[in-house]
Design a protein around this ligand. Structure first.
Ligand code: SAH
Length: 356
């Protein structure tokens, strides 16, 4: 089966030409796919063509297997099911400016960060560009079922997986977002979060895809960073920051540093001062993330007072800082938690395909 979702219009047209279909069908099918429509509802195609396509190709590779809506703020957590039975998560958040969807780029992750639930069983596989797009298309269908015209306007690559560890497919996906007649999401509305794969950060700066780059820093120095992030053994913080400066210079986009406060590890006033010193003079923003405690991980979050103090130290030193809004706190907010819970339940029920 050929997954058509990851093709751009030219590739799709060529694929169809190889099967004897005229070029205008490429445009038609491309538009349908980007509207989240499957072959059976592509009403301007002949029945026979739809039937044939259905036998050899896939238009919508991602289904919503289950969803949970937060009663606190309306945030929706999706458990997406892929065609091979694997599952990934997505989170849909409503802001004043629109709907933002957090998508996954890999099933599992091999980066091994100690606080993260997505990486507990390593990487299972990369997602294709078509599957990443499929996550948005499925969310759009979910939204428009409730209210015609509502759709995802912002995308963050912050679900499970390390996007820069699946570089080629992620770049293909980003290019699809701005194809003519497609879903049309501007790079200005896209954020990509990485634990800091330095060579790929340099590559990304050259792609002419000026997304907002978010760096999972989580420490003011290498010694502390190594305690929770294995990637810190490969790249030093100074090397990550150098790659950030290059990105900033090439794209003009300020860098966002993510910093999850972990009790007894990185959350003291001393660390806040060190962080301020590290980032001094850089065009950046710090996003403090309250730690989502993952039961398997034995790391503890910090009190409201500690967050406030940490913020204060940064503000005094003129570092732009916000505290990430805790959204969907009642719905398995942390990366990978919903999937793990469902996986565990399915294991007991022996019904989750390749996940068992
Ligand atoms: N691999 C990418 C993107 C996925 S994680 C990266 O490392 O950036 C998205 C963000 O959530 C990262 O900043 C990650 O460090 C953070 N994160 C993961 N688990 C968390 C947890 N339990 N509590 C708080 N933040 C967490």
């Amino acid at each position: 089966m050929t997954e058509l979702t990851g093709m751009n219009r030219a590739e799709l047209t060529e694929w169809l030409a190889g099967r004897g279909y005229p070029a205008f069908r490429g445009k038609q099918i491309f538009e349908w796919i980007h509207r989240g429509v499957d072959f059976d509802r592509m009403t301007n195609l002949p029945q026979e063509m739809r039937r044939k396509l259905q036998e050899s190709a896939v238009a919508q590779p991602v289904k919503i297997r289950l969803h949970q809506t937060s009663t606190l703020d309306g945030t929706v957590k999706f458990l997406y099911e892929l065609r091979d039975g694997n599952c990934v998560e997505g989170v849909l958040m409503q802001y004043k400016y629109g709907f933002s969807l957090c998508i996954s780029t890999q099933v599992g992750c091999r980066m091994g960060c100690r606080f993260c639930a997505s990486t507990l069983e390593g990487k299972i596989r990369d997602l294709t560009a078509g599957e990443m797009l499929g996550e948005i298309l499925a969310a759009n269908c979910f939204l428009s079922e409730k209210d015609e015209g509502k759709r995802v306007s912002h995308v963050v690559l912050m679900g499970s997986g390390e996007p820069l560890d699946n570089y080629e497919q992620v770049i293909r996906f980003l290019r699809l977002l701005r194809e003519e007649d497609g879903i049309q999401i501007s790079m200005r509305n896209v954020s990509l979060s990485t634990c800091g794969l330095v060579p790929r950060m340099y590559d990304l700066a050259e792609e002419n895809l000026p997304v907002t780059l978010c760096i999972s820093l989580h420490a003011p120095n290498d010694e502390i960073r190594r305690q929770t992030m294995p990637i810190a053994n490969t790249w030093r913080i100074t090397e990550v920051l150098e790659a950030c400066r290059n990105y900033l210079q090439k794209t003009g986009r300020r860098i966002i540093f993510e910093y999850a406060l972990v009790d007894g590890v990185n959350a003291g006033k001393e660390q806040a001062k060190e962080l301020a010193e590290l980032l001094r003079g850089m065009q950046c923003h710090v996003n403090l993330i309250p730690l989502n405690e993952v039961p398997e991980r034995h790391l503890k979050g910090v009190s409201e007072e500690t967050v406030r103090q940490f913020m204060c130290v940064l503000e005094e030193r003129h570092i732009s800082v916000t505290r990430r809004r805790e959204m969907g706190d009642d719905i398995e907010g942390a990366c990978g938690q919903l999937r793990r819970k469902t996986l565990a339940t399915s294991r007991r029920e022996k019904s989750c395909g390749s996940l068992t």
